[in-house]
Write a protein that binds this ligand. Structure first.
Ligand code: 4AD
Ligand code: MG
Length: 466
């Protein structure tokens, strides 16, 4: 048997009956306000967005010793009577009988104060920022979405597979990998020709942190039928943007017997499920983001949950962009990789919501995508307003010869992908999958402008604090 040592504020505030009850809570002080007769403490225990108002009656006893030690950030335990609050805007308050200050937070040095702090400043104190409204809300939403991801896929019989973080293959072929090595970089072993001798490294060959679990995921999908991975991925993208992290989480379902259309249906149902779940579970957090971060967020989310996503091909997208009459910084012609200004024109101005773009030119997509006869591949990217791409996926090339030729064309060695090619050599099946950037999704549903603010401890070019 286990019980948390104190009652949780979110449970106390949800009480339906209106009788008084004894209660014991503990947490951190947000603010304090005093009159001659009373003191009011805003107590937050992290269980919800709301604080519990604790009332100290100075007529009942002398609280001055406690009150001088209680400043913003201090931790304390309090026991008293929960009663309907006479004040507007809150249902309950706790009238204290005993109060123990456990840890003071010296107000001359405690960095979090009542005023609103900039996100830049809060990033510098990432160990304390979970104590703010914004970061507490993000942590709870992140948790709910993570659980929702599992629930969604489990409902459809997908098996969660844990793919390795250390890998010897480059899934995306984009060359943005972090090296994993134990070689002494000051005195590395060299081959007779003078190159670094990776055969003497820990794994006996070059190894990197994975950019995607997909290739390993495909091995299990072509045995178990449907799997998903959910874990950290790493990209040494030296782009200092508000949408890129060096370490981020990705969800990658992979489904046997599914073509690109089924894959799009899966992606759309998945995003709608997560948004609906969020609307049900976190009205308080969402109201907070609506008020302080992104006005219009709630409407955006309900539209995403209800309205079908637009679906267009890359070629149609290029036509729309070319006929827009807009001058883009990066000129539009068939074959270009869509830039974020192009994606945003499609999502923010033309379709005003999520758009799935399919059938991109082969040259700008990864080697494993299924080829169409016309020089395009069965790629599918889900683009959303404000952010652009949050999902990248495709139907996979399941034909052995076509895939081998593609590797050759790209100068990739067949023997490096021997096990991946085996999936096509033995009992090949059509299959499809995609990757959702977990933090990009969190950015979308909270309205947070910078991806570094939706992960507890961001790792990005030039920054790996905490
Ligand atoms: O489009 P990407 O590169 O696709 C893949 O990695 C495929 N192997 C997925 C699959 O088909 N199984 O990445 C997928 C998503 C992107 O759409 C984006 O949301 C996110 O991962 N992403 C990043 N998120 C944060 N920081 C970065 N540096 C990211 N790079 C990609
Ligand atoms: Mg992509």
């Amino acid at each position: 048997m286990f019980a948390r040592p104190f009652e949780l504020i979110h449970q106390l505030l949800a009480r339906e009956e209106s009788n008084e009850v004894p209660a014991r809570v503990a947490g951190w002080l947000r603010t304090k306000r005093e009159t001659k007769e009373l003191a009011f403490l805003e107590l937050n225990d992290g269980s919800c967005q709301k604080n519990l108002q604790v009332v100290l009656d100075k007529g009942q006893r002398d609280w001055s010793a406690e009150l001088t030690r209680l400043s913003t950030g201090a931790s304390f335990q309090v026991e008293g009577t929960l009663r309907p609050s006479p004040a507007a805007g809150q249902k309950w308050e706790l009238v204290a009988q005993t109060l123990v200050v456990v840890g003071e937070a010296d107000p001359t040095v405690y960095p979090l104060q009542k005023k609103k702090h900039s996100y830049e400043f809060l990033r510098e104190i990432a160990h304390l920022r979970p104590r703010t409204n914004t970061f507490g809300a993000i942590a709870r939403i992140r948790n709910t979405i993570a659980m929702g991801i599992h629930e969604f896929f489990q409902t459809y019989g997908y098996v969660w597979v844990n793919t390795p973080l250390i890998t010897a293959s480059d899934a995306e072929g984009a060359g943005q990998m972090f090296r994993v090595t134990t070689l002494d970089l000051d005195h590395p072993p060299r081959t007779p020709e003078g190159h670094l001798d990776w055969s003497r490294d820990f794994f006996g060959k070059e190894a990197h942190l994975t950019v995607s679990g997909q290739l390993n995921g495909e091995t299990y999908a072509t045995a178990l039928g449907a799997i998903y991975t959910f874990g950290p991925t790493f990209r040494a993208e030296n782009s200092n943007t508000t949408r890129h992290l060096a370490e981020f989480w990705m969800v990658e379902p992979e489904t046997a017997w599914l073509d690109i259309h089924g894959n799009m249906d899966l992606a759309e149902a998945f995003l709608k499920f997560l948004v609906t779940r969020l609307l049900e579970r976190h009205p308080e957090e969402l109201a907070f983001f609506e008020q302080w971060v992104q006005p219009g967020l709630l409407e955006t989310l309900s539209t995403v949950a209800e309205r079908p996503f637009a679906r267009i091909t890359y070629t149609q997208a290029i036509n729309v962009l070319q006929n827009s009459g807009k001058v883009f910084d990066y000129p539009v012609s068939w074959g270009i990789d869509l830039q974020s200004e192009h994606e945003r024109y499609l999502t923010d101005e033309v379709y005003r919501g999520p758009v799935i773009v399919t059938d991109y030119p082969q040259a700008i997509k990864a080697f494993y995508m299924k080829q169409n006869p016309d020089g395009t591949v069965r790629a599918m990217d889900v683009l959303v307003p404000r952010l652009g791409e949050i999902i990248g996926g495709s139907e996979r090339e399941e034909n052995l010869e076509i895939l081998q030729v593609r590797l050759d064309q790209l100068g990739m060695k067949r023997q490096d992908y021997a096990w991946y090619l085996d999936l096509r050599r033995f009992g090949t099946v059509p299959h499809s999958g995609f990757g959702l950037g977990f933090e990009r999704f969190l950015q979308y549903v909270t309205g947070m402008a910078n991806i570094r603010d939706v992960i507890p401890f961001p790792r990005a070019a030039g920054s790996a604090e905490f």
